[in-house]
Write a protein that binds this ligand. Structure first.
Ligand code: GTP
Ligand code: SPV
Ligand code: MN
Length: 591
C-alpha cells in the first residue's frame, strides 16, 4: 500500500478500543485496519479490491469511478429466514420475528466466528447515521472482513473521523460484527441484540445483510430504540415537493422492498408539471420525531442509495441514471464488452452480447436474465441532481403526509386518504404487497407487510402499532395519511396506471389535501379524488374512464381483503391495540 500510515488512525475512545481488542482476539485477523473515510483510503482499498478480483473496473471514460461486484450466486438478497431478534423473552420479539435467546445465539455464533479472520484483515468502520450535529443522529462501528462492505459503507453512511468526532468519549454506539465466513447459506445468520445495541452478521456478503448501518441498525435496532426514546424508525423515503410559487411540502412514504421508494423519491415530474420540483431527502429510511413546534420532523439517516437496477432507465428515472453515472458500485448487473453495465429494462433491446451477473457469456437468446432481478447500484446521495438542500439539516424536515403503498395487481385503488390518525395507523398496519426479489423466497405472493416493516421491526409488531398510536399525543399538527398502489393491473396483465413521473399527479392531490385545497369523496375506505378533483391534463392516451378504473372499489373484493387481514391480527392478537380491532369493525360496517 502506498501510504504506510493508512489504516493506523485508531480511535481514542476507550470503549471502542476495548471492544476492538476483545473482538480481534476472538476473530484473530492478521491485521486490523482502522478506516478514516479519506479519499486516499478509498483509492487504496479500491485498488486492492480490483487487484484481488472483488471489484471489476468498469469503462472509466463512460462510467468514471464505477466498479462491478459479483456476489456469490447463493447470496443475492436479504434472508428473512436467517434474521433473528435476540431478546431475553420471545414475547418481546413477537410472532412476526424469528427469535432466539441472546445466550443461545451467542453460543451458536461464538464457535463460527472464533478465528474466522485468520489470514484476513479486520476493518474497523466508524459511521454516522444522520447528519452531523443532529440530536437524532446515532453512531455505529462496524467490524468487517469484507473490503466490499467497507467501500459500500462509505457510500451509504457518513463514514470515518466524522463519527469519532460525534461520539467523543461516549459508550453509546452500535456494535456491529460482520464475518463473511465461507458465504454458506447453512451458516448464515443476521442476529440483532436490541438490549445491547449489538448486531452480529455471518455467512453473507450482500446488501441489507451486511451493510449493518442500513436495515440492521437504522431499522431493526432503530425501531427498538425509537419505542424506548419516543421516535419512529421507518422504512420510508422522504421527499419535498416545491410548487411553482416556491411552497415546499415534505412527505414520507413506506412501500415494501422493490415497490418504488427510490423511484418516487427522485421522480421527474411530467411536462405538464414543469414548474414543479421534487427534492430528495432519502430513498429508504426515515427517522421521525416530534419537533418543538408540534410537527413531526424527519431525517434520512443514510448518505447513499442502494437501489434496484432492473427497470431503471432514462425514461423511468432520469435522476437515478444521472446519480449512477459516476462513483458507483454495481452489484450483480451484466457487463458489456466495452466495460459498460446493463440490466433488464435499461434499454428496450438488449446488447447482442454480454457477460451475465454470474460471469457467463450471455446473448438475447439466453434463457436466464442477464442481470439478477435484485441487482443493485450503490451511489452517494451527493450525485443526485434532485438532492434536497435540507438533507444535512440537523432538525430534519416537517412531514405533512405519510403515504403507505404496496404492489397489488388487484383490489387496491390508486389513491385514497385515511380519515384520521388512528385510521391511518390501521391502513398502514393492514398494508399488503406481492413479494419481490429483494428477499430470498417466492416472488409475487400477497402478504401482509405492516408499514413495510414486517422484515424490519426489531420488537413485537403489536407493541409497534401501540407506539404508532401513542405518538399522536406528542404531535400537535399531525401529518395526514394516504394509501397508494402504482401496480394495479387489468385482465391482460398490463399496469392500469403509467406510474413513475406521472405519480406526480397523485402527489399533487395529496399535498393539496394536506394544504386544504383539494376536493374528495367519502367512501368506505377513506377519502378519494373523483376525476374532476384529479389533474389528468396533458396525459396522452389516458382517459377519465381509465382513471376511474384505477380507483375502482369493489365491495366483494374488499370483504375478502378484510378477512385476509384477520390472519395477521390473529397472529398478533395478544399485543394488538384494541383501536385497530375497532377500526376493522368500522370498516366492515361501512362495507
Ligand atoms: P428497495 O430498494 O428494495 O427498498 O426498493 P424501492 O422501494 O426503492 O423500489 P424501486 O424504486 O427501486 O423500484 C422497484 C422496481 O419497481 C423497479 O424495477 C422500478 O422500475 C419499479 N417501479 C418503481 N416505480 C414504479 C411505478 O410507478 N410503476 C411501475 N409500474 N413500476 C415502478
Ligand atoms: C430492501 O430490501 O428494502 C433494500 C435492499 O433496500 S437491502 O439493503 O438489501 O435491504
Ligand atoms: Mn429498502
Amino acid at each position: 500500500m502506498a501510504n504506510e500510515n493508512l489504516g493506523t488512525r485508531k480511535s481514542t475512545n476507550r470503549h471502542i478500543l476495548d471492544w476492538i481488542e476483545v473482538t480481534s482476539r476472538h476473530c484473530e485477523p492478521d491485521k486490523i485496519f482502522w478506516c478514516d473515510g479519506s479519499e486516499e483510503e478509498k483509492r487504496a482499498l479500491t485498488q486492492e479490491a480490483v487487484a484481488s478480483g472483488i471489484l471489476i473496473e468498469l469503462n472509466q471514460q463512460k462510467l468514471p469511478g464505477c466498479y462491478l461486484h459479483r456476489s456469490n450466486p447463493n447470496d443475492v438478497a436479504r434472508v428473512e429466514q436467517c434474521t433473528y431478534i435476540c431478546t431475553p423473552s420471545e414475547d418481546e420479539a413477537g410472532p412476526a420475528n424469528n427469535w432466539k435467546a441472546p445466550r443461545e445465539m451467542y453460543a451458536m455464533l461464538r464457535p463460527m466466528t472464533k478465528g474466522s479472520m485468520r489470514g484476513r484483515t479486520m476493518y474497523v468502520v466508524p459511521y454516522l447515521m444522520g447528519p452531523p450535529g443532529s440530536p437524532m443522529t446515532k453512531v455505529g462501528i462496524e467490524v468487517t472482513d469484507s473490503i466490499y462492505v467497507v467501500l459500500s459503507m462509505r457510500v451509504m453512511a457518513r463514514m470515518g473521523q466524522v463519527a469519532y468526532d460525534e461520539l467523543g468519549n461516549s459508550d453509546d454506539f452500535n456494535r456491529g460484527l460482520h464475518c463473511m465466513l465461507d458465504v454458506n447459506p447453512e451458516r448464515r445468520f443476521i442476529a440483532h441484540f436490541p438490549h445491547e445495541n449489538k448486531i452480529i452478521s455471518v455467512g453473507s456478503n450482500y446488501g441489507g445483510n451486511v451493510l449493518l448501518g442500513k436495515k440492521c441498525f437504522a431499522l431493526r435496532i432503530g425501531s427498538y430504540l425509537g419505542k424506548r426514546e419516543g421516535w419512529l424508525a421507518e422504512h420510508m423515503l422522504i421527499l419535498g415537493v416545491e410548487s411553482p410559487t416556491g411552497e415546499k411540502t415534505f412527505v414520507s412514504a413506506a412501500f415494501p422492498s422493490a415497490c418504488g421508494k427510490t423511484n418516487f423519491a427522485m421522480m421527474v415530474p411530467p411536462p405538464k408539471f414543469k414548474d414543479w420540483k421534487i427534492w430528495t431527502i432519502g430513498d429508504d429510511i426515515a427517522w421521525m420525531k416530534p419537533g418543538v413546534d408540534g410537527r413531526l420532523y424527519a431525517i434520512n439517516p443514510e448518505a447513499g442509495y442502494f437501489g434496484v437496477a432492473p427497470g431503471t432507465n432514462a425514461e423511468t428515472n432520469r435522476n437515478a441514471m444521472e446519480t449512477i453515472s459516476h462513483d458507483t458500485i454495481y452489484t450483480n448487473v451484466a457487463l458489456t464488452p466495452d466495460g459498460d453495465v446493463w440490466w433488464e429494462g435499461k434499454t428496450e433491446t438488449p446488447p447482442p452480447e454480454l457477460i451475465d451477473w454470474r460471469g457467463n457469456q450471455w446473448t438475447p437468446d439466453s434463457k436466464e436474465k442477464a442481470a439478477h432481478p435484485n441487482s443493485r447500484f450503490c451511489a452517494p446521495m451527493t450525485n443526485n441532481p434532485s438532492l434536497a438542500p435540507e438533507v444535512n439539516d440537523p432538525n430534519g424536515v416537517p412531514i405533512s403526509a405519510i403515504i403507505f403503498g404496496g404492489r397489488r395487481s388487484s383490489t387496491i385503488p390508486l389513491v385514497y386518504s385515511a380519515f384520521n390518525w388512528i385510521h391511518g395507523v390501521y391502513v398502514g398496519a393492514t398494508m399488503s404487497s406481492e413479494t419481490t426479489a429483494a428477499a430470498s423466497g417466492a416472488v409475487g405472493q400477497v402478504r401482509r407487510d405492516p408499514m413495510a416493516m414486517l422484515p424490519f421491526c426489531g420488537y413485537n409488531m403489536g407493541e409497534y402499532f401501540k407506539h404508532w398510536l401513542n405518538m399522536r399525543k406528542n404531535i400537535k399538527y399531525p401529518p395526514r395519511f394516504f394509501h397508494v398502489n402504482w401496480f394495479r393491473k387489468n385482465e391482460q396483465g398490463e399496469y392500469l396506471w403509467p406510474g413513475f413521473g406521472e405519480n406526480m399527479r397523485v402527489l399533487k392531490w395529496i399535498i393539496d389535501r394536506c394544504n386544504g385545497r383539494a376536493h374528495a369523496h367519502e367512501t368506505p375506505l377513506g377519502w378519494v379524488p373523483g376525476p374532476e378533483d384529479f389533474d389528468l391534463e396533458g396525459m396522452e392516451n389516458f382517459s377519465p374512464e381509465q382513471f376511474a378504473e384505477t380507483q375502482q372499489m369493489n365491495n366483494e373484493d374488499w370483504k375478502r381483503e378484510v378477512l385476509s387481514t384477520d390472519e395477521l391480527f390473529m397472529k398478533l392478537y395478544s399485543h394488538l391495540p384494541k383501536e385497530l380491532i375497532f377500526q376493522r369493525e368500522l370498516l366492515v360496517a361501512r362495507l
